[in-house]
Design a protein around this ligand. Structure first.
Ligand code: ADP
Length: 732
């Protein structure tokens, strides 16, 4: 067993740790622990390891109870030093490290410095791990600066000197020795003075300055003896004895060796060591108990956290379940939606198909209805003209009225259908707003007379003479509104007012107002009347409408990008207003006029061929043509037409489209193949837009929709014949 360095260890407690303890917070428990710690230090100083271990063991337990890391660290350090002194190096090492870990927690620098230094002692002097030992010392020096921790620095320096001298490396140790010699005052205690003196003695002995060495050794021993110090005094005797032996003073060397042995025997007294070892054993037991408690505490907290984590797991599982459930629902929803969408898509397709069929159906029925109606109206007219005496016949006028009503209904349905199918495209025609409104006024004069109404027209003079736009649709809107006004007003006035609202570039926005002082429309009905087939307060005897007029107006205005507003009160009259933009561009107008101008002054007699399978239609058309003094020939079908054209020349051909065997298009194609250039006008009950492409491609020159206005027909006939003739004259 070796006892090197013990003195410094004890010193640490007496001189450094204990004063710090006093500075701790003043609770009673703290004070008790501090006192116990101090007692443990004192026993250690007296090499009473048994008592020291006993006291430090109790103090340690208290320190744990009051959770004072500093006191825990200090007591572990005392215990470590005890084991260190007793040569139980592993235990010492274990407790030093414990002390160090609590010192780190409490962050008391001086404590960390000294424990690290003690570990250095253990490594260097006991385990002979010189490099590691020195490394510990140097690490200890790194903790604190010289001024603040002067004492700890000085003690560590002392340890380093002794270490180097111990291994005979006086050169390395010298700077540290010089430092302590210079800062002796930092070593506050005689114990350290003993060490410093014998270390100086060792140095000078090595330098062979025997007098100096002797002086230092003697000083160390007399200090040691005067304060009844043991550990450092022990080494002082030993080193002095070595020195005396070296210089040949064997007797004195022997005496010192005896003193060394006496102290060592005392320190290694078997009984004392045995007791100490029992105390150490108890202390170890305490430590194990503490470890077990700690483990149990940890287990307990682990159990608590396990409980917590179990709850977390349960929650997690629960949330996962909910999530999975939500995801499944979502997927199902998506699938359902997909399926539903597919169904919807299919339903849409079916609906579209149905709507297409409906359109086709309406279109076909309308066409089919228009053709016989055309015949009925035509024949009624003929009857009335040929048999003037029948003009007073109630039946005939009823027939005429009903046929006209039916025709207008069919036309309205066809029109609304076309707008709904987005088949109506506005045309660009040039027109004069005054002319158009006058024409409307005139054509409704019969209606105005019927109810004894007057129609007044007011047109803003700021509106340019010629405008470009779809005058036909405008006329249709105005006709509907004005005729309604006339129908629902008696002995009143219907005003048509057009004002210039604003100009944006070439666009002129016109304000239209159709006002009457008739029966008016109740507020509750005002929203409904724009719906299809809605009629309010209809009285059979005075009015027969289709209930489609205003819906057509609304839809037509939609095509212009406009909306209709209505102001009305029962008994006060009604006013409808809307705004439509028309283009004003004189150059464009001129071009349009140039294109449509026809010579209506001609009094030529033309030869017309009618190709028509329907006998009534043949009759009606022939009558109209012949009324204009034109020569007219009728054939029943396309083959008849081809045959007659081989033999005769005509100025114009009126061609029906719907014919059995060979339709109008086909017949026209064959006529053109024969090289016949005669203008061919399609006569059809079809809508113009629907057949234009096919008519043009087959070689037709124009289209007239049945039932046609005779004037319109003659305008077209004379225009086409005139054009064809001028062409041939140019060629000739
Ligand atoms: P129709 O005139 O063929 O019955 P409309 O769609 O043109 O159908 O009109 C719908 C209804 O609106 C009419 O039945 C009528 O009751 C009402 N109405 C329209 N214009 C006027 C008006 N100027 N004065 C009073 N009522 C009107």
């Amino acid at each position: 067993m070796s006892y090197y360095r013990f003195y410094f260890l004890v010193f640490v407690f007496l001189n450094l740790f204990c004063p710090e303890l006093v500075a701790q917070t003043g609770s009673v428990s703290n004070e008790i622990v501090k006192d116990l710690t101090k007692e443990a230090c004192d026993f250690l100083d007296d090499t009473n390891y048994e008592k020291s271990l006993e006291k430090s063991g109790i103090a340690l337990q208290h320190a744990f109870n009051i959770k004072n890391d500093t006191l825990i660290s200090r007591n572990y350090n005392i215990i470590a030093i005890n084991f260190h002194e007793l040569g139980e190096l592993d235990k010492a090492d274990f407790f030093y490290h414990k002390a160090l870990s609590y010192a780190k927690r409490s962050n008391i620098v001086s404590l960390r410095m000294m424990i690290t230094s003690n570990l250095g002692n253990l490594c260097f002097f006991e385990r002979k791990l010189y490099r590691d030992g020195i490394a510990y010392y140097k690490e200890s020096l790194k903790f604190g600066d010289n001024s603040k921790y002067a004492e700890e620095v000085a003690i560590t320096n002392l340890n380093i000197v002794w270490s180097y001298f111990k291994i005979g490396n006086f050169k390395e140790g010298l700077p540290y020795l010089k430092y302590i010699n210079k800062n002796q005052n930092d070593l506050k205690g005689k114990s350290n003075d003993i060490a410093l003196n014998f270390l100086n003695g060792m140095y000078w002995s090595n330098e062979n300055k025997n007098d100096k060495a002797d002086k230092y050794f003697s000083k160390a021993i007399s200090y040691g003896e005067s304060i009844d110090e043991k550990t450092d005094l022990l080494y002082a005797y030993l080193e002095y004895s070595k020195f005396l032996n070296k210089i040949g003073k064997f007797e004195d060397a022997y005496k010192n060796m005896l003193s060394y042995n006496t102290i060592r025997d005392e320190m290694t007294n078997k009984e004392k060591l045995k007791r100490a070892s029992i105390a150490g054993f108890n202390l170890e037991l305490d430590e194990y108990k503490r470890q077990i408690d700690k483990i149990e505490n940890e287990k307990d907290s682990q159990y608590q956290s396990l409980k917590k984590s179990r709850i977390i797991v349960i929650l997690f599982v629960l949330i996962s379940f909910i999530l999975v459930f939500l995801i499944i629902t979502l997927i199902k929803n998506i699938k359902f939606k997909k399926k539903h969408n597919l169904e919807l898509l299919r339903a849409k397709e079916i609906a579209e198909e149905a709507s297409m069929l409906k359109t086709q159906f309406i279109s076909t029925i309308s066409h089919e209805l228009r053709t016989p109606l055309y015949g009925v109206v035509g024949i009624t007219n003929m009857l009335l003209e040929e048999h003037k005496e029948l003009s007073r016949s109630q039946h005939l006028s009823s027939l005429k009225f009903s046929a006209r009503y039916l025709l207008s209904l069919v036309n309205d349905i066809l029109q609304i259908n076309k707008i709904e199918e987005n088949k109506v495209v506005l045309e660009n025609l040039t027109f004069n707003i005054s002319d158009e409104i006058t024409m409307i006024k005139n054509s409704l004069s019969f209606l105005s007379q019927k109810n004894n109404n007057t129609i007044s027209v007011s047109i803003d003079p700021e509106i340019p003479e010629y405008l470009i736009g779809d005058k036909l649709r405008l006329a249709q809107i105005l006709m509907n509104l004005v005729s309604n006004a006339l129908k629902f007003t008696k002995d009143g006035e219907v005003e048509i007012i057009v004002k210039l609202n604003k100009i944006e570039g070439k666009m002129y926005y016109l304000d239209f107002l159709i006002k009457d002082n008739g029966v008016g429309i109740a507020i509750v009905d005002q929203g409904k009347i724009f719906e299809k087939f809605v009629q309010v307060g209809r009285k059979d005897e005075d009015y027969q409408g289709t209930g489609l007029g205003l819906s057509i107006v609304k839809r037509l205005l939609g095509l212009f990008g406009s909306t209709i507003s209505l102001k009305s009160n029962i008994g006060e009259g009604t006013s409808f207003s809307f705004v439509i933009p028309f283009e004003h561009d004189p150059q464009k107008t001129k071009k349009i006029i140039d294109e449509i101008e026809v010579d209506l002054t001609s009094s030529d007699v033309y030869k017309i061929l009618i190709v028509e399978d329907n006998l009534i239609n043949q009759l009606v058309t022939k009558k109209i043509i012949e009324k204009n003094n034109y020569i007219c020939k009728v054939v029943d079908d396309g083959f008849g037409a081809l045959e007659i054209l081989d033999k005769e020349d005509f100025d114009l051909i009126l061609m029906d489209i719907n014919m059995p065997l060979m339709n109008g298009f086909e017949t026209t194609k064959r006529i053109r193949l024969k090289g016949i250039k005669t203008p061919i006008v399609a006569l059809t009950a079809f809508d113009k837009d629907e057949i234009t492409d096919e008519a043009i491609s087959s070689g037709m020159s124009d289209i007239i929709i049945k039932p046609f206005e005779p004037v319109k027909l003659f305008k077209i006939i004379s225009y086409l014949i005139h054009e064809a003739k001028s062409e041939t004259s140019i060629k000739n």
